[in-house]
Design a protein around this ligand. Sequence first.
Ligand code: NAD
Ligand code: UDX
Length: 464
Amino acid sequence: MKIKNICCIGAGYVGGPTMAVIAQKCPNLDVTVVDINEKRIAAWNDPDVENIPIYEPGLSEIVKEARGRNLFFSTDVDTAIDKADMIFISVNTPTKTYGIGKGMAADLKWIELCARQIAEVAKNDKIIVEKSTLPVRTAAALKDILDNTGNGVKFQILSNPEFLAEGTAVEDLEKPDRVLIGGDIDTPEGKEAMEALVSIYASWVPKENILTTNVWSSELSKLTANAFLAQRVSSINAMSELCEKTGADVNEVAKAVGMDSRVGPKFLKASVGFGGSCFQKDILNLVYIAKTFGLNEVADYWEQVIIMNDHQKRRFAANIVKTLYNTVSGKKIAILGWAFKKDTNDTRESAAIYVTDYLLNEQAEILVYDPKVKPEQVYADLEYLCTHSNEEIRERVKVVTSAEEACKDAHAIAVLTEWDEFKELDWKEVYENMLKPAFLFDGRRLLNRKVMENIGFEFYTIGN
Ligand code: NAD
Ligand code: UDX
């Protein structure tokens, strides 16, 4: 099957970069990314590519090259569906906030809306690709909806989960460890659809890195991959607390453990806790799925990864209060970094939100600086928790435009995102402009203890 027109529903952190790279690597394909969010699409179409809605190193250059040539952004979902031979569904699948499975299950309402819209609009056969992260067996529900519309159109459903990490999305898309494609391996039509998607990726990914499986294995592999990665972070964070009690250094422990080739060195960096839109949501989803099958031990095992992560964020914040003589009421605390990791403007589930919320409970005055996050986003993140009134948040939290400004006259600094520019700060000057004793809490193991202590800081870090 020859694919000419691709449509992607969802112009977010996955849909945008993924389709930009496909359009760049396959100039013979026409790629249209659609979204119901008009503001987001307008930003993708902004004549100045620096204003595209997602910050990822290298992304604006790719958009500049392909946009208007074979990469298009639009709010006209119906037309894009109608034209497409292959449709990627890359919409959000957040944790449910209501009803059965509240706080655990993935909310599939946007996925189902897409399926119903495709079913209504499609006039010819199409390949549907699940790009969103979905509970295992979602493809069966999609097929049910698509096959029962009575307009005679045939759909093949593929699972093609995305493994990119934010901040390195372009690099991950250009050189993926693997591309995973699940489909109906038992029928010629299923195999043909999988081949069509394989051949798109094969334009730039070596064939041996393109893995094909049955659709359920593909869906479950995505949840499993995120669970394993998050589990490593919670494991090292658990050890960080023990290091603090025993005089061991978590970085040294991680290095020693990671040099065992069976363990490997990556994802063993102790931190204030993992954030991001995926790890927590996907593990909760996994826990929920296990519970629905009555697999309580499996569910409890994975839930512990989240419990440990929540503990890590809480104990970091509690340590600030304890160290500042058990009260931060009215004290100025500078938060350096709001994004959930460096090189992204995404703040979903960022540890900074929870640490700040904890400090607000203690009536601290907060000054936030992040090089890529806009003030409205900081306020929206705190308001979403519904733990403090909007008035209180705006009164107590100020978002400023430089680290120096945030730290001026502060009682304490908390480094919560590992932005490179925080390493380069003139820490001596920062120290001089703070109240004394000047407390510095490094939630990212970014700064050197000796250097900071020599300047005069009371220095606290994770796992040492
Ligand atoms: P996102 O919220 O940034 O983007 C989703 C977009 O879909 C939104 O702009 C929304 O307006 C749009 N949308 C929702 N319903 C729609 C509809 N019916 N029609 C048109 N547009 C619609 O989400 P994201 O971070 O890109 O994640 C998308 C999926 O990919 C999720 O399932 C997520 O778990 C998965 N994923 C995310 C990452 C990541 O790093 N963010 C990595 C791998 C997988
Ligand atoms: C993750 C997965 O890595 C990616 O494969 C998947 O597609 C989406 O979810 P992402 O959430 O974008 O990607 O970033 P990631 O690099 O995994 O970091 C997640 C969180 O864990 C961040 O807050 C990061 O700071 C933290 N982390 C990561 C650590 O604290 N220590 C580590 O060693 C690694």
